[in-house]
Each structure stands twice: as C-alpha cells, then as structure tokens.
Design a protein around this ligand. Structure first.
Ligand SMILES: [Fe+2]
Length: 216
C-alpha cells in the first residue's frame, strides 16, 4: 500500500502491476498473481483510494514466453494484445525482429521494458530506431535519474531527447525506489519540459494500454 500511495503522490492514477514471468527464476502461477492482485485492489477500494491497478506481467524472452506466443496466451495489459517484454541486457535474442514482425502481423503490440539496458543498442542507433518503430519503448525513470548506472542513464536520456522513448515507468520493486522515480520525472521536466512529462507519463501510456503504437 505504501508503494500505491507513493505513486499516487507522484501523480499516477493508473498503476500497471507487472510481476515478472521468468522461467526457472521467478514464475509464480497466474492464479497466485491473480489472487494477490485481487487482495491489493480490494484493499485500495476499501481505503477509497482513487487509482486503478490493471494487471499485466513483465515477460522475459524465454521458453515460457515462446510457448505463450504460440498459444496466444501472453499475459498482457489488454487481454493478450499488448504485453511487456524484456530480454537479457548483453545480447539481442536471435530472431527478435522476425518474431516481433510476426506478433505485429497478428495485431499484438510488444512493449519493451527498460530499453536503455540493452547493451547491443548503445552503439546501434539504426537498430534502436527499428525496435522503436515496431514496439512501444518504456524507459525506466530510475535510469533517467542516474540510479542504474552511467551508461544506462546516458542511453535513457538520449532516447527521451531523441524521441525513441515513448513512455517512462517507475519499475518500482519496493518503496525505496520511489525517490528514483520522482527524480526521473523531475529530470524529464527540467530537460524536456512539462509537455514531455505529459506525453511520456500520460498520453502515450494511455495509447499503449489501448493497444496503439504511440507513433502510429
Ligand atoms: Fe525488468
């Protein structure tokens, strides 16, 4: 509840819960996640807090996701039409763009979590542009504020100023991350202006949740 009220203090009125889905490491069942989500939304309603908490997942690019792609059962923001995706930072998955093309042909929008972390994109602006053309890109506010490393900060900031970042999100794992999120929002306001704050944290996230690519 501290995290929900902390995010509300930062101005969020919709908070997407995206628990990890990662084979062999963190793969709670969808039933367990569903019941935790029900408990949280009930507690929020009981306290009269004016916030909605849609449930999705942060899907690691692995065998579980592959199976779910095949069976069209990816846990996403909007049924299974929009979903959050991450991969390991050190290399791009083999066949990534072919698989994304296939998903887009099926009317599914991948949303890339913390794109600033992917090392192969740091020196490949063409690949970054291509990925941003196919997917929605959501930078981590904590990276913008410099809490996740110098190179990640540089990349996240370049993406916001250059337009390949469509949205920003808190990646909140504990109440301690709230200050990083606040600092990230302040960075956007200071360097890119209030319009950018509205675009990255209001307008574009709403488009994404509606299944639309922000540039589409
Ligand atoms: Fe992640």
């Amino acid at each position: 509840m501290t995290m929900v009220s902390g995010l509300m203090d930062l101005g969020f009125s919709t908070i997407c819960a995206t628990p990890h889905q990662k084979t062999d490491q963190y793969l709670p069942s969808l039933e367990t996640i569903g019941s935790a989500h029900r408990e949280t939304t009930a507690a929020v309603a009981e306290r009269g807090m004016n916030v909605t908490i849609p449930l999705a997942a942060e899907n690691m690019w692995d065998s579980t996701l592959y199976e779910r792609m095949e069976s069209d059962e990816i846990p996403g923001y909007d049924g299974n039409r929009v979903f959050l995706l991450e991969f390991i930072p050190t290399q791009l998955p083999v066949g990534l763009f072919e698989r994304i093309f296939d998903l887009r042909c099926r009317g599914i929008l991948p949303v890339i979590a913390h794109p600033e972390r992917y090392i192969p994109l740091w020196k490949a602006p063409d690949l970054l542009e291509k990925l941003a053309g196919d997917c929605a890109m959501v930078v981590d506010l904590g990276a913008l504020s410099g809490h996740h490393g110098r190179k990640q900060a540089k990349q996240a900031r370049k993406m916001v100023l250059g337009g390949t970042a469509h949205a920003a999100a808190s990646d909140l794992h504990s109440p301690g991350n709230l200050k990083c999120a606040r600092a990230g929002i302040e960075w956007i306001r200071k360097k890119a202006g209030s319009d950018a704050v509205q675009r990255l944290l209001g307008t574009n996230p709403a488009k994404i949740l509606d299944g639309k690519h922000p540039d589409g």
